[in-house]
Write a protein that binds this ligand. Structure first.
Ligand code: HEM
Length: 395
């Protein structure tokens, strides 16, 4: 198998991990002239870039992507905690983190399990692969939206809008995706402005009225969308590829949580993020110039042998697992526990509904993306960029 040409191609490559491991050791941080970016790959370089105050989440000259300016999608984008720095970021992050924190494991697990069951029932006559794709692409959004207070009958439309907006926010979105995303943002803004409170039953209720609160509630949906679908799919793939892990989970269901933890490290759903240098600075031992872009390869840091010995091993008993998948520094993901709880509940519900990972022998493909690794199992699902025939390996 050819190794990926670069860390962007690696995102949807059948097995990018030997390549990532070698980057982390041999090229901890380097300039990729073809991509026109620096690439940070080792655990130390990834940490340095993510915690440097010279490295920002958006280019200074383009706080909102040009294609989104003037649209409802641009209005949402420019207020997102994910896309802001300094005072703007500090003013919203605690509210965002407390809204997410109020989604406790019990409530999240109940909601995700219920939605997975409903969709599996509706698709009784479909294949396992079709059920997995349908559940992975909708249950994370249904769960987060329901916990934010979106009425039940509006959830399917919210999930469609969220998909359109997430694709419009992705780097390199096509004109047609931007157009659909703008329409989706209008629908979501209208719906969230009509909600009496954001946070729903029993959560820390945030009385809103501010556009920033509404935008960041919508941002929770887009942040959860692909990443959590990827975690669900890759957890099922791990069970498919490792028969011993499958047997152990069948004997002791509590191990499924550890499987999710190791998938987060070993086959992460978000493989990279980006930073933009706001002033000349030395970061990770390299002199970076104002305006430079850095691709921060979180998945390579997970496979840095200095951080995780024998990184290629899928090892449930790994001591001191170090994971970079949820970022680091001020922009670190506030949704880590939420995502793991959703993935655990959904995979558990799929197994309970009769989905057999051992039977997932077909061609697995990855949804086209420059940063998210989202397996698609059924032939009818979205366009694909690579094909993988599974091999069973010992875990
Ligand atoms: C497996 C699932 C997920 C993964 C791998 C993931 C990963 C990440 C990463 C890497 C970042 C930092 C990006 C950067 O610094 O450039 C981030 C930020 C963020 N994530 Fe997640 N995420 C996941 C699920 C979620 C969920 C379920 C939520 C909430 C519903 C969420 C909400 C956020 C928010 C609000 C930010 C921005 C934080 C800030 O900029 O301060 N994420 N996520």
């Amino acid at each position: 198998m050819n190794e990926p040409a670069d860390p962007i191609e690696a995102v949807t490559h059948p097995d990018p991990y030997p390549y990532y491991a070698s980057l982390a050791v041999r090229w901890p941080i380097y300039r990729d002239e073809r991509l026109g970016m620096w690439v940070a790959a080792s655990a130390a370089a990834v940490t340095d870039v993510l915690t440097s105050d010279a490295c920002r989440v958006r280019p200074s000259a383009e706080p909102v992507p040009h294609a989104l300016v003037g649209s409802a999608a641009g209005e949402v984008f420019r207020r997102l905690v994910r896309m802001n720095e300094g005072a703007e970021h500090r003013s919203m992050k605690p509210a965002v983190a407390s809204t997410v924190g109020a989604m406790t494991a019990g409530r999240v697990g109940d909601a995700a399990r219920e939605w997975a069951r409903v969709i599996c029932d509706e698709l009784r006559s479909a294949s396992d692969e079709q059920r997995i794709d349908a559940v992975a692409s909708s249950v994370p959004t249904f769960t987060v939206a329901a916990l934010l207070g979106v009425p039940r009958d509006e959830l399917p439309e919210v999930a469609r809008w969220t998909g359109d907006l997430a694709r419009c926010f992705a780097p390199g979105a096509a004109a047609e995706q931007v157009e659909r995303g703008a329409a989706a943002a209008e629908g979501l803004l209208d719906l969230f402005r009509r909600l009496p409170t954001i946070g729903g039953e029993g959560a820390t209720r945030i009385a809103h009225g501010s556009d920033a609160v509404v935008a960041n509630a919508i941002g929770l949906l887009t942040q959860a969308y692909d990443a959590t679908a990827g975690l669900i799919g890759s957890t099922l793939l791990a069970l498919a590829r490792h028969p011993d892990v499958r047997r152990n989970v069948a004997a002791d269901a509590s191990l499924l949580r550890v499987v999710v933890e190791e998938v987060v490290r070993h086959d992460p759903p978000i493989q990279n993020t980006r930073r933009f240098v706001s002033r000349d600075a030395t970061v990770a031992g390299q002199h970076l110039r104002e305006g430079d872009a850095v691709l921060v390869v979180l998945a390579a840091a997970n496979h840095d042998a200095g951080a995780n010995p024998c990184p290629e091993r899928f090892d449930l008993s790994r001591a001191h697992r170090r994971t970079f998948t949820f970022g680091a520094g001020v922009h670190a993901c506030p949704g880590e526990m939420l995502a793991k709880n959703i993935a655990h509940a959904v995979v558990d519900a799929l197994l309970a509904s009769g989905v057999d990972p051992a039977g997932l022998r077909g061609a697995v493909t990855y949804q086209p993306s420059a940063s998210a690794r989202v397996p698609r199992f059924s032939a009818g699902s979205e366009a694909r960029s690579s094909t993988y025939r599974q091999n069973e390996v010992r875990g």
